[in-house]
Ligand binder design. Structure first.
Ligand SMILES: *Cc1c(COP(=O)(O)O)cnc(C)c1O
Length: 356
């Protein structure tokens, strides 16, 4: 079976060596040495301003919205994983969708201002498939209208934009370290910010609001990662060069071998060092997508319809019509992309798609 993705697994012994440190100290969570080391390695490697590692990539969105959303209207993209929208609703805010750019696939910055009302408090945009939004324009709009900017950067581990980590942009950026993501801790995630004051708030919010054992700064929740997860993170982190290189080879194979007269892929924004996190192909029609999917399934190949449906159409969301997002969502398929995909497998996948 060829799935859309496979978690990268480090050598088991390398993972056990990290776990030994938790065993020896009998220390399993509450920001132990493995978590602190993982934070430091990510922070130093990518020159990140402030990082807090968390137990998944959804809670950081909720914490950011709790602190910056003020139960107002949040301008957001309809083309993302459901967590981007559900976090808004979960925090008693209202998602206000703005359609996407048909090639970059992220929120269309030229349509944001028309969606702003006196109730708007923040913009929550996704750098979808690791492809940056129009960061400068969004920043300019947010300043002009006094809005917070939160980036769902769940797909962005390793991405740089204009030579800086993509996590350094926006008031808060979040990432997911879920098993299906390019860098993972099994379950896990992180939040990033530039302001020291906001960092303090994010920090206490992720640990029940604690200010020492007997005092509280304010309201909080439990978003802490465990040492067992951080051990996996450290063992995966040691292999990042290999992971990025292997994925790059897969992406280059697709780019060189698929017939781009019958389909297209997303356009990467200028000044981006991308991370090869996903390989989406966009067909001319949903019928064509379904035909290709069926042919692939018959050969035991399982691409995924990321992202379908367009989030504005989910029943509990009930958003306005978003023609571009709905059209793209009905025609886009993410192809298998992981370390260890062989050239024969890639040939098989590409041949089936090109023959359809
Ligand atoms: C994976 C993902 C999330 C959620 O991350 P979890 O770690 O699974 O909670 C949020 N947003 C996007 C765009 C994602 O792909």
């Amino acid at each position: 079976m060829i799935p859309v993705t496979k978690s990268f697994l480090p050598e088991k012994q390398a993972y056990l060596d990290y776990l030994d440190r938790a065993w020896n100290k009998v220390w399993l969570t509450n920001r132990g040495e493995l978590t602190l080391e993982l934070e430091k390695r990510i922070k130093d490697t990518y020159a990140i301003n402030n990082i807090i590692i968390t137990n998944n990539g959804t809670i950081p969105l909720q914490i950011a919205l709790k602190l910056l959303g003020n139960q107002g209207e949040i301008i957001t993209t309809p083309f993302s994983y459901v967590a981007t929208t559900s976090a808004i609703i979960w925090e008693n805010c209202k998602p206000v969708f703005v359609d996407i750019h048909p090639e970059y696939l992220s929120i269309d910055e030229s349509k944001i201002e028309a969606a702003i009302t006196p109730k708007t408090t923040a913009i929550l945009a996704t750098h979808v498939f690791g492809n940056p939004c129009h960061i400068e324009k969004i920043e300019e709009i947010a300043r002009k209208h006094n809005l917070a900017v939160i980036y769902d950067a769940a797909h962005c581990f390793g991405v740089t934009y204009k030579e800086a980590s993509i996590f350094n942009y926006g008031d808060v950026s979040t990432c997911s370290f879920h098993a299906t993501k390019i860098f993972h801790t099994g379950e896990g995630g992180a939040m990033f910010c530039n302001s020291e004051a906001l960092y303090q708030k994010l920090f206490y919010s992720h640990n029940f609001g604690h200010n020492g054992p007997l005092d509280f700064h304010g309201l909080g929740i439990n978003a802490k990662i465990s040492e067992l997860q951080s051990a996996m993170g450290l063992a995966v982190f040691d292999n990042l060069d290999y992971i990025f290189n292997e994925r790059k080879k897969v992406v280059e194979y697709y780019l060189n071998n698929l017939n781009f007269e019958a389909l297209s892929t997303m356009k990467i924004r200028e000044n981006t060092k991308w991370n090869y996190s996903y390989f989406p192909v966009i067909f001319n029609s949903e019928d064509q997508l379904l035909k290709v999917q069926q042919q692939l399934n018959q050969s035991d190949i399982f691409p995924r319809r990321y992202f379908y449906p367009s989030l504005n159409t989910i029943e509990y969301v009930n958003g306005e019509t978003m023609p571009i997002s709905e059209s793209i969502a009905s025609r886009i398929l993410c192809l298998p992309l992981y370390t260890g995909l062989t050239e024969n497998e890639l040939k098989l996948i590409s041949n089936i798609i090109n023959l359809c």
